[in-house]
Design a protein around this ligand. Sequence first.
Ligand SMILES: [Zn+2]
Length: 292
Amino acid sequence: MAVTDEIESLHSSFYVNQLRGHALRTDPFSYDRDTYLMEETLPTAELAVGGCLELADKIMAEEINYGFALIRPPGHHAEPGRGMGFCVFNNVALTAKYLLDTYKLRRILIVDFDIHHGNGTQEAFYDSDQVMFLSLHQSSLFPFTGKESETGEEDGRGYTINVPVFSQFGDPEYTYLLGRLLQNLVEQYQPQVILVSAGYDGHIDESISSTLLSTKWFGVATAMLRQAAREVCDNKLLFILEGGYNPVSLEASILETFNSLITKEIPQTGIFPVKRAEKLLAQHPLREFWSI
Ligand SMILES: [Zn+2]
C-alpha cells in the first residue's frame, strides 16, 4: 500500500524529507540518542504504516473483527515533526487519522498500555475531541511526559487521559485501572473503533521498567478490550505493536493476546478495587470531565 500521502497528513514534510535523505546513507545513523536509521528503515517504516491501514480497511469493511499489526518499528513516541525513542512514524496516530479522513469517523478511542507514555500520539490529537487518548504508563520514565494534569486543550480538553502508575504495580492494580476506565469511558464516549498501542514492556521480566505485569495479564487486558469493543463498536478492535524488548516475554505475551482474541467466548474478568490504584483514580483530574 502506498502511504506517502497518509504519512504526510500527520508528519511534516520537513521530517519526511529528512528521513528520505538519511535513507540514501548506507551506514547506520543515529537520529537521536536511541533511534537509529539505516538504508532499510524508511521502507520498513512505510510498510509498517501500510500494514496498519490495510487492517483498518478490513475492519471497516467488516471482513474481520479484530486485527493485530505485528510490526516494527514501533510508533507512539514519534511526533508530527520528529521521530524519537525507537519510533519513526506514529503508526497508531496515522491509523486514527486515516479512519477520520477516509471513513469520516468522529470518535476513536486509543488505549495505550505500553509502559512509556505515548507522547507522539498525545501531541497529534491534543486539541481534538475526535480521538480520546487513554494512556497507562509508569511515571518518571522516558519520555517524561504524560502527567495527569495533561488533559488536552481547546476542543480536546478532557480527551487526553493520562494515568501514570507507580513502579511495583502489577496485575491487580492494572486490571482494576484498565477495567474501570474502559467500562466508564467507553459508555460515555461511545467510540466507533478502538485502537490499541500494545506495548509489552511493562512485563515483570523487562529490565526497561519496574512494573510487575505477568504474561497472563496481557490476555486479561485483551479480553477487557474485546468486551468494550463488543459493547459499543461492533467489535471493531485493532492492536498495533509498540514496545517489548525481552524477546522471551514479548513472544509469550503477544501469544497470550492472540489466544485471548480467538477464544470464542470472551473470558469475564472480575474487577476488584486495589487501594493504591483506587487512590490514583480518586485524585485524578479527569473526574472533572468524566464520571469514573
Ligand atoms: Zn515502551
